[in-house]
Design a binder for this molecule. Sequence first.
Ligand code: F6P
Length: 322
Amino acid sequence: IKTIGILTSGGDAPGMNAAIRAVTRGGIYNGFNIKGIYRGYDGLINDEIKPFTTENVSGIINRGGTILKTARSKEFETPEGREKAYKNIQDEGIDALVIIGGNGSLTGAMIFAQEYDIPCIGLPGTIDNDLYGTDNTIGYDTTLNTIVECVDRIRDTAQSHERIFFVEVMGRDAGFLAQNSAIATGAEAAIIPEDSTDVDQLQNFMERGIRKSKKSCIVIVSESPKCGALYYADRVKKEFPGYDVRVSILGHLQRGGSPSARDRILASRTGVGAIEAIMQGQRNIMVGVRNNEVVYVPFADAIRSDKPFDRKLITVLDELSI
Ligand code: F6P
């Protein structure tokens, strides 16, 4: 292997630039050529590829977003799209690919690697923290801190007006951001997908305490197409009249901003880990960090939908929000 191509794909996450830097510099340090692929898999298909030197990644470790741009490529989901991508890989002399992205991006990498003879290494880049086999994903810590900062501000106004606030946070199908930001902000409750099987979480929460002791409160709601923050706010208005209810949907401000030290370090460690994996002849794995050790996780495991969610986190919030 002489030349390594690198791309970012799916939703951007703070720390992706630090990961691009780590793969580029770690690769060059170990004698590889690096090529940057722009706009995710679309850039592979459309041949938006250029050689990277150490200078290409100077001054980016502290920057949010991704200098390589990103996309959710529809074309790469088709066999024809992947065929074009492979042809460009061959024409560009790329011998291995590093893909920084979340669940969808690593699923794409897994399929590609099954069809074509190209070693693919993934780095867990997503704010959602929903990749199995790594304790945290790149971007998760920064976003968690951003949410905490926003909710602290919302609490000031919630208390002043004695209001119930439903604050909606991202996470796709995972409640890590919601549950942990609720604990970190002292929120009164979190409504998360992991806890929505049989109990009505809103009913539970309203009966448990708000009536007794508190006039203002914050409920963090994990995004959901059907039952997000607006849905719960409407229900409170109808089912528990007498409360002054407001909704705040934090949206994409959660994805931006300078990465935290933790995310920069995770990105740097896994980026160097990706180069080591290539040197060891590994293929079709995601590099993660578990129990503070760099680990290699097969793609099929990384994209599993059942990343363990510590249910004690629910108890912690419940006990502390009395
Ligand atoms: O996967 C990252 C994420 O931010 C999710 O939390 C969210 O559901 C989604 O991406 C939003 O995607 P888009 O930026 O395409 O609207």
